[in-house]
Write a protein that binds this ligand. Structure first.
Ligand SMILES: Nc1ncnc2c1ncn2[C@@H]1O[C@H](COP(=O)(O)OP(=O)(O)O)[C@@H](O)[C@H]1O
Ligand SMILES: [Mg+2]
Length: 390
């Protein structure tokens, strides 16, 4: 018996028919509605019709020649039907569209040409996620950590921020995309798999497979480990976008360590992040670098999401925080105090600061986590399952 009610929106009639047939072909869903146009405002009659029917899933085809309208429609539908999961179908050759679709509220980005099997997998993923994580269509937030230059403290901050988020909210993941991954050392973990293994298996990646690629830290934080050799074959930005699409549907918070990595992947991850933290010291060289990196990352705009974190901070006579802001071109979000023996000891022993009783450093990371989640509301929504009874 069909379980999921699905609405199909596609301007192209052939594509619409194909999508409807595929929905029915999965045998776990039924196409209850279909529309040949995309609603561009909440007042559109399509929105009202959808609100009456309240389907579980909307499958929306992004036309190749008019992505902006589709993105607008995703935004409108996400806002007007917050409990409905939105699947966008489009071309994987346009990473920017994937990022925009996710930001507008799409839960899955499915590659065209779609197959019945891909759609079935997405339905199963949706069901598994809702059952295991109770995320109920709310997408997780991605926080990217970049260093102004090597050694500024990106990994230290990424690891401890992820632990602080896990302690406060649960459902946090740390993804290590540094050219050589140090996060596992900081956490004293010995991962069997890395983020690159997950990317190589994207075609069949669902929540349980994703989980099998992660390594669990004692408090529940899941690490998607980094490369243990600089020779790792680099994925394309589209593949990374797809990985983050999945990560954001399984985890409430995804912290990404991008230390010493400045390429198209860093730019893409920063594009899809809620907040980007550029970690620098109070020295001229790192503030100068922070300004250059900020310019590189802001090419696709988003400057308001980028902030400065001053690490190894101590009061220096004559040093003004406003000078750090004007030198870097970034607003200062947070300061982490300078404690070399404690920080280097934590790394060497693989016992992160968040696991120790270093009150000022622990407070700094807990405070940063609180600052980044200020607007987080405990969204409680009814759940459903693909295999529901009755
Ligand atoms: N708040 C801090 N106080 C003192 N030393 C620090 C602090 N944060 C980091 N360090 C030191 O800086 C070194 C580099 O930190 P790391 O997090 O690996 O930087 P990155 O990832 O930016 O290269 C570490 O070995 C650590 O000892
Ligand atoms: Mg690092």
């Amino acid at each position: 018996m069909p379980e999921l009610a699905v609405a199909v929106l596609a301007r192209d009639s052939e594509q619409r028919n194909i999508l409807q047939l595929m929905v029915e072909g999965t045998r776990v869903a039924r196409a209850v509605l279909s529309f040949g146009s995309l609603p561009l405002s909440p007042a559109d009659p399509i929105v009202r019709r959808l609100q009456e029917e309240h389907p579980d899933v909307l499958v929306l085809d992004i036309p190749l020649n008019d992505a902006p309208s589709a993105l607008r429609a995703i935004e409108v539908l996400h806002q007007e039907l917050p409990r409905t999961a939105l699947f966008a179908v489009g071309s994987l050759t346009q990473p920017q569209t994937i990022v925009m679709a996710m930001r507008s509220g799409a839960r899955e980005f499915l590659e065209r040409p779609l197959t019945t099997n891909m759609l079935l997998e997405a339905f199963v993923r949706l069901s598994t996620t809702q059952k295991s994580a109770q995320r109920n269509g709310v997408r997780g937030k991605v926080f990217a950590i970049v260093n102004a230059k090597g050694g500024c403290g990106a990994t230290t901050i990424a690891v401890n921020l992820a632990l602080a988020l896990q302690a406060a909210h649960g459902q946090a993941a740390l993804v290590d995309l540094a050219p050589l991954g140090h996060a596992a050392l900081h956490l004293n973990l010995r991962p069997s798999f890395t983020a690159y293994d997950a990317i190589r298996n994207l075609h069949r990646l669902d929540s349980s497979l994703l989980e099998s690629f992660t390594t669990r830290h004692a408090g529940g934080l899941q690490l998607l480990a980094g490369a243990s050799s600089p020779a790792e074959v680099q994925p394309s930005p589209s593949e990374v976008a797809r990985l983050f699409d999945l990560l954001a549907s399984y985890f409430q918070f995804v912290v990404v360590d991008l230390s010493t990595r400045m390429d198209a992947i860093t730019r893409l991850v920063c594009d899809l992040s809620q907040t980007v933290l550029i970690v620098a010291g109070t020295d001229v060289a790192s503030l100068w670098s922070a300004a250059r990196i900020q310019q590189f990352l802001c090419e696709n705009n988003g400057r308001d999401r980028m902030h400065l974190v001053l690490n190894r901070f101590r009061k220096i006579q004559g040093f003004q925080e406003s000078e750090a802001e004007s030198a870097s071109g970034l607003s200062l979000l947070w300061k982490v105090p300078n404690h070399y023996p404690a920080v280097s000891g934590a790394i060497d022993r693989g016992v992160p600061l968040m696991q120790q009783n270093r009150s000022d450093l622990t407070r700094a990371f807990t405070g940063l986590a609180e600052k980044l989640t200020e607007t987080e509301t405990a969204a409680k929504r009814p759940t459903w399952s693909l295999f529901k009874i009755g």
